[in-house]
Structures are given as C-alpha cells and as structure tokens.
Write a protein that binds this ligand. Structure first.
Ligand SMILES: [Zn+2]
Length: 156
C-alpha cells in the first residue's frame, strides 16, 4: 500500500470510530435454570421445564471478570453494544497495523538514504531514539508486565 492509501484508510477508521455508538465488552449467552423450590416444574421427573431463557452478559475488563443478567427488553441493545465493542477492537487493530506499516516504510526509506551515504546517522537497525536510560526502560517495561490487564488496556 502506498503511504497516501494508508493515510486515507486511517482517516476512514477515525471517522468510523467517531460514529461508533454505545459499546460494551463481553459475550451474551442464553441460560435455562433449575431453581431450589421443591416440586417446581423445573424438576418434574417426566417433563422438566427449566426456567428461562435468561440472558447473561459475561465480560472481562482490566483483569476482572464479571457477568450480569440482561432483561429481554434490553437484549437487542446489549447485543448491539457488544457488536460495537468488537468493531472497536477491529478498528484499533487495523489502525495500529497501518501505523506500523507506515513506520516500516519510513524506516526502509531512511535506511535507503543512509546507504546512499548520508553521514552521521546511526547504524542500520539501531535504535535512533534517545540513548541510554529511556531506550532500556522501554524494553524493560514492555517485557516485564505481561498479562491480561496490560492487554485489555493497551490501545484504549
Ligand atoms: Zn423451578
């Protein structure tokens, strides 16, 4: 993809992000339950009829998992929120992919210029950012904090 094609795609992503409606992480599941009442229809030995359906939203956020029941009249709205959240994640991944592709292209172009003999530049592949602490700190930070909390908040 050319640089201008990538930038156009990024702009489309930003516009779609701005239009994205209410959202919520998680998945909606349908459940039928058995209660504790003796002799209830849900425990009928011949024709058990469980209670339900109940709709439950289960989600993890910032390392904590939760679930909540959804009323039938709010089911469609919640399914839309869940779909919007999935779309948000797709758009973020695509945005970051495109941004990283731009970065690769810029580095390749820089290296070509360097090979043509521009003096005073760092070695190819070297980190041309600030020397010393900041570079090593960023490496430590990115490797030392694995896990769900980091993943779920990254990019938000
Ligand atoms: Zn029952």
């Amino acid at each position: 993809m050319t640089r201008s094609a990538i930038e156009r795609r990024i702009n489309r992503i930003k516009r779609e992000l701005a239009r994205l409606g209410p959202l919520h992480p998680g998945t909606v599941s349908t459940q039928f339950n058995i209660c504790g009442t003796p002799g209830c229809r849900c425990k009928d030995p011949l024709n058990p009829r469980k209670h339900g359906p109940y709709y439950q939203l289960s989600y993890g956020w910032r390392g904590k998992t939760s679930s909540l029941f959804i009323r039938v009249d709010q089911l469609a709205a919640m399914r839309k929120k869940v779909a919007n959240y999935k779309r948000l994640q797709e758009l973020l991944r695509e945005w970051v992919d495109l941004q990283m592709e731009l970065e690769r292209q810029e580095r390749t172009a820089q290296q070509r210029r360097r090979h043509r003999g521009i003096p005073g530049m760092a070695a190819p592949g070297g980190n041309s950012g600030p020397p010393g602490l900041s570079a090593s700190q960023s490496v430590v930070r990115s490797t030392a904090v694995p896990g769900r909390t980091q993943d779920s908040t990254a990019g938000i």
